[in-house]
Design a protein around this ligand. Structure first.
Ligand code: FEO
Ligand code: CA
Ligand code: CA
Ligand code: CA
Length: 607
């Protein structure tokens, strides 16, 4: 059931060296342009970017912390399309720099004397999250420009959305705002993404749990298994906004009223999903598809759709010792009628990797694999709202932080990055997660038995990332200087089968200790057959490289730079020294932005 006609892709560029400077470096013969930095106006009355933009203005501008991204061509064009991208989170010290007199330290936010938060700053933080849809076009000089267009749109932490699938309408998600459990406001911590076979965009909700406060002493697994603890304060404390507006108060999940219809005890149960957005319908209400599971969704990747066969997609839960999942639709795919309802009826599976290189998919469904009321799983909605607990119960393989997945467009082989895990103790290793101290991460891949909907597969390790001594490529060698990297995260396989790998060494680790040799975060390209890896790009100081897609002709590539300047020390920041001024230079604050990469000779990127 697999192609044998796969041609290996060319890697026709000269590797760039490790980077430590505050700039972007691409291979000789390539050009790079910076587009849509945080704050770029895209719609409405077009407020120009300024450090003191209001919360309302932020809703008409590109958000912060660019992440997963796709280019939706308009009528097949490679010079005109909709760029759709996620905004994962915000750094208040940059978002409120003007109000703070540039004196905030990392992870601090501004509070009033009584501990409440300025409502407009809360609004700005919510509106800097979410998704941007922006039309872009290449002009005659080869530069890409934002087009002010009716398609341009922001989806934010406040946008009303539908819940769909088995959890929708149940008691799990009934709130004061939506007593029938059909709606929720906003999407948060949108990390990576997916593109459906019917050409819509899915934004993942990853580290949503940290946004909620909860003062209750008794909290059940629907929150505790996801990291919401008793007396949690919430990452940005939005519930303490000084306006007391219901849309801010709801981030307090404590039980205040007599029932769930009086408060927001169930609000966290409406997060942790994949959110479908139709970029070509600005009026379409986004949809959270609950049957794809509730966890820290890194992203989702679809197998190529086959007429008459089920729709299949894969999603990782990015936390230490969490799992890789697969959804298989019950109804078959038909191109003429396919839509998001295919994602609301099917079977969610979780992966078990056996020591001998085989693997199996375990169904998370009522009565399957011990998921019964006697064992604490009442019905399908209960299983799905407690996806992590269900996966624990069936004995899935605990992975080293599953991040992005990618599917080889020719062979159908599925790749997943496992970014790192330093919490595995000696003796806890397994064949699929072979390092006890996995500081550098690895990439696993598998071939499904017969078809993507199969329940068995064969897997191997594509690469153990790391330095010149502690790494292993497909041929069994250690990585050379042109290939060393750590903490693989973003991943995409282009139509020619180049495997693009992006690194995210965390802010507290990058450029120091065992990570110093890797320099700034970077992007590499790999040959899936030989396993050769070659560094293509290095980014500025303090950022991670994340999000990659080309135009259909593969002659323009878009790549995101997220959180430049994040390594700035607290002392340095307080003294007004920002280690990154990218991309604006001078004394500017750093801003997340999109890179547009082309070749001087107009050729295919990477070839
Ligand atoms: Fe948002 Fe797991 O990276
Ligand atoms: Ca990521
Ligand atoms: Ca990150
Ligand atoms: Ca990451």
């Amino acid at each position: 059931g697999r192609s044998t006609n796969a041609t290996s892709p060319s890697l026709g560029f000269t590797a760039v060296p490790i980077g430590n400077a505050d700039n972007v470096v691409v291979p000789e013969g390539y050009r790079v342009q910076t587009l849509i930095p945080w704050g770029t106006p895209i719609n409405g009355d077009i407020p120009e970017f300024a450090y003191d933009n209001s919360g309302a203005e932020q809703a008409q501008q590109i958000g912060s912390h660019h992440d997963g991204m796709h280019f939706f061509p308009i009528e097949g064009s490679s010079t005109d399309g909709l760029l759709v991208l996620n905004h994962e989170y915000v750094e208040p010290r940059y978002l409120h720099a003007a109000a703070a007199g540039l004196a905030l330290n990392r992870d601090q936010f501004l509070q009033n004397d009584d501990g409440s938060r300025d409502a407009d700053q809360v609004l700005k933080e919510l509106n800097a999250h979410g998704v941007s849809i922006v039309r872009i076009r290449q002009d005659d000089s080869g530069q890409w420009q934002v087009v002010r267009d009716a398609f341009n749109r922001r989806v934010t932490g406040l946008t009303p959305m539908h819940l769909a699938g088995p959890i929708a309408g149940t008691a799990h998600v009934q709130t004061k705002y939506s007593p029938d459990g059909s709606m929720v406001r906003g999407t948060l911590n949108n990390c990576a993404h997916g593109v459906t076979p019917w050409n819509t965009y899915l934004a993942a909700e990853e580290n949503w749990a940290g946004y909620f406060a909860n003062a209750d002493t008794e909290i059940d697994r629907r929150q505790t298994r996801y990291g919401i603890a008793s007396r949690s304060e919430g990452r940005y404390q939005w519930h303490r906004a000084d306006s007391s507006a219901d849309e801010f108060v709801r981030f307090d999940a404590s039980s205040h009223g007599a029932s769930a219809h009086d408060d927001y005890r169930n609000e966290p149960h409406a997060f942790g999903y994949m959110v479908e957005i139709d970029p070509f319908d600005p009026d379409a209400v986004p949809i959270k598809h609950t049957h794809l599971g509730r966890f820290a969704h890194e992203g989702v990747v679809f197998a190529p759709a086959v007429e008459g066969q089920p729709v299949v997609c894969y999603s990782g839960d990015d936390a230490r010792f969490e799992y890789i999942y697969k959804f298989v639709s019950r109804r078959p795919y038909h191109a003429a009628t396919a839509d998001g309802s295919l994602l609301d009826d099917g079977t969610l599976y979780v992966a078990r990797f056996h020591e001998d290189g085989s693997g199996e998919w375990l169904a998370l469904a009522p009565g399957e694999n011990g998921l019964t009321p006697e064992n604490g799983f009442e019905d399908l909605a209960d299983i799905l709202v407690n996806t992590r607990s269900a996966a624990d119960h069936v004995g899935a393989t605990k992975m080293d932080r599953p991040e992005w997945g990618a599917v080889d467009p020719v062979t159908g082989q599925v790749y997943f990055t496992l970014t790192n895990n330093t919490s595995r103790e000696a003796g806890q290793e397994d064949a699929a997660n072979p390092r006890a101290d996995n500081s550098f991460g690895h990439i696993i891949r598998w071939r499904e038995d017969t078809a993507h909907a199969a329940e068995r597969f064969e897997w191997d390790l594509f690469v153990l990332a790391g330095d010149r001594s502690d790494s292993r490529d497909l041929s069994g060698d250690t990585l050379g200087e042109e290939a060393i990297f750590a903490s693989p995260d973003g991943l995409w396989i282009d139509p020619d089968r180049r495997v693009w790998i992006q690194s995210d060494i965390g802010e507290s680790d990058m450029n120091r200790g065992i990570y110093e040799v890797f320099g700034n975060n970077q992007m590499l390209a790999a040959d899936p057959d030989s396993g050769e890896i070659r560094r293509f790009l290095t980014g500025p100081i303090g950022q991670e490289i994340t999000g990659v897609i080309t135009t259909p002709d593969q002659r323009t590539m878009f790549v995101n730079v997220q959180h430049p300047g994040a390594t700035t020390s607290e002392e340095g920041f307080a003294a007004g020294r920002h280690l990154s001024h990218w991309p604006d230079g001078g004394d500017a604050l750093p801003r997340s932005a999109t890179l547009v990469i082309t070749r001087e000779d107009g050729g295919i990127i990477g070839a």
